[in-house]
Design a protein around this ligand. Sequence first.
Ligand code: ADP
Ligand code: MG
Length: 435
Amino acid sequence: MPDDGRLICAEKVCKTYQTAETPGRLVLDHVDFSLHEGEIVAILGKSGSGKSTFLRVLAGLTPPTEGRVAYRGHTVEGPAHGIAMVFQTFALFPWLTVLGNVELGLEAQGVPRAERRQRALKAIDLIGLDGFESAYPKELSGGMRQRVGFARALVVNPDVLLLDEPFSALDVLTAETLRGDMLDLWLERRVPTKGIILVSHNIEEAVEVADRIIIFGSDPGHIRAEIPVSLPRPRDVTSPRVQQIVDEVYAILTTVPGREPGRRGLRGVETVGVGYRLPAASIQQLVGLLDAISAPPYSGRADLPHLVESEHIEDEALFVLVEALQLLGFAQVAGGDIWATPVGRAFAEADLQTRKQIFADQLRRSIPLAAHIRKVLDERPGHSAPEARFLAELEDHLSEEEAHEVLETMINWGRYAELFAYDYDRGVLSLENPT
Ligand code: ADP
Ligand code: MG
């Protein structure tokens, strides 16, 4: 691969995770991607869509199962020098000071002691931790600890920075400040870094920061869309041009593939199988959102970014809810708007008992796992089955933990709809009269 201004180049990258019991599970499916010099690329996508795995493959921390990654024209085979990562939370050594924790990154590279100290102090200064060199992690706030994480990455003078949701664990204001500081370092060229990839679940953050946004789709992880953001900086997130792109990204992220308006039932059948990763939406939140959309001021149709702000919902939580409403056929999404379907409206207007009936009908119609569980229970002589049976089926498609999450969501929905009952102590699903 020639060095043509591409810092990182991924060609047809596939990643399969293999465990002892299960056959390999494909997590990344033929991903083609380049990071060009001078670029910040943001990656958005549902939880579990393989974003972290992709960063790890790019950094050489885990090998691709198929395909190739090159860094500055050289195939990556093992941790790539020049690429540094920042994670959501950092494992700082509690017995080391801030300075000690930052120096650690250089020790591994065999940098002499005096130079280590000098460079660590500079990185600490850069990231705004001046005066905290001798503090211990436990004395620092979450935001300060995350700054130590950034300093540890910056101290190696990284050519490329891979940021995996580095602001997600911080409160909104702290995140905003640190993000702004990071962006200033980059724009003022106070760091030698030539390219940044930022995984985020905050759409405004992505549009504010990135030159290009990549949207990952799930199961298996793949690139679903790419949106260039060619707006001048600094960007005012409230400006119409930024909001227009925010709307565009919302529109993609909140549309379940195969469930676009006018296409329901076409690809929907293929994409939502028994092993579909059901979004972990609680009944209370689902009903709450559907009620909110149906009532004034929205009266059936709402602008998603507006809904997020006025209902105080986090982007990520909203995706989960909106996906569930679409899967269940209660709402549709297009162009950054969400509106209730006739079934959704009927549900919102109904009394509790009718709501449960409507919900049960939608589950059987639209959620193959619900229909499957109900069929098994209907057919079994005792009308009951251990949850382990369904978990085993789900584990053909999902990890053990994810299978548990999906079944838990399914059970919550099914119990609300009185489609089946669940005995928590025995771990048994049944058709006993649910209480
Ligand atoms: P994201 O960062 O988008 O949430 P991840 O890359 O963390 O996604 O995970 C993608 C999928 O790969 C998930 O289904 C997850 O359970 C699985 N996965 C991640 N790491 C491992 C691992 N080390 N072994 C097995 N499965 C894994
Ligand atoms: Mg991740």
